[in-house]
Write a protein of this length. Structure first.
Length: 246
């Protein structure tokens, strides 16, 4: 899972998204709105909303923005009608890339994303062309200072986690199936163990190692995709050297 983990961990440590703070606020607010629209405004019964609110807190999004997003999702305020789309394609070196999209204009977004792929040495593919290479998983990170390794491992495995890793220098990584994510998350909360970050994401089943020009082109492509207003998440099965990611 190095393709996902390396990219996610670098962003987590360096606060990469702060450079595009306005976009972060917009994207998380949009996620809150969609989560409320699909699952209601009570985070206790809506894990997607709970995760979106957690992400909002991690990024210091103002309470008034969060409340406005919740009201839009509940229909109390007028707002754009967004649809969720999964785009799939290939990057430099044949790397598989998937994008979670939220858009109010499908044609505009498709043209933009196709252009970005082409500009950076990739190509937008057909539906299903790479999604079979990924599996949906829950990933929870707990800072090593927050818990004892052995106790934490026993706790999360008992709660239904699939895997536990201490390879990262700063945090333990817990992997769950999507339907066990909430149970593991709740077990950590019940034990008063602080969660550094958590998400349900797409994890590559195998990775492609890149270096040199291909790696540099791939990073530029991923950066460009992440900065697009309609792209909520970027997933890839790449494995590039740490110093290039940083």
């Amino acid at each position: 899972m190095s393709g996902h983990s390396k990219w996610a961990n670098i962003k987590h440590k360096k606060g990469k998204m702060d450079a595009i703070k306005g976009k972060v606020t917009t994207k998380i607010s949009r996620e809150i709105t969609i989560a409320v629209k699909n699952g209601g405004s009570d985070p206790a019964g809506n894990m997607r909303l709970k995760l979106a609110l957690q992400k909002a807190r991690e990024n210091n999004i103002p309470k008034e923005n969060i409340q406005r997003a919740i009201q839009k999702g509940a229909g109390a305020l007028d707002g754009s009608s967004y649809e969720e789309i999964l785009y799939e394609g290939y990057g430099p070196g044949g790397v598989a890339i998937m994008l979670d999209i939220m858009t109010d204009n499908r044609n505009r977004t498709a043209a933009d994303i196709r252009h970005l792929f082409s500009k950076h040495g990739g190509n937008l593919g057909e539906s299903g062309c790479v999604s079979w290479m990924f599996a949906q998983k829950g990933i929870i990170r707990v800072e090593k200072s927050a818990a004892d390794e052995e106790s934490l491992m026993l706790l999360v495995l008992d709660a239904g986690a699939e895997d536990f890793s201490a390879e990262d220098e700063e945090a333990f990584e817990i992997i769950t199936a999507p339907d066990q994510f909430e149970a593991v998350h709740n077990a950590l909360e019940a034990s008063k163990i602080t969660v550094a970050s958590s998400e349900i994401t797409m994890v590559p089943q195998t990775t492609i190692a890149l270096a040199g020009d291909d790696a540099a082109k791939l990073i530029k492509l991923v950066d460009a995709l992440e900065e697009h207003d309609d792209v909520q998440e970027v997933y890839g099965n790449f494995d590039v050297p740490d110093d290039m990611l940083e």
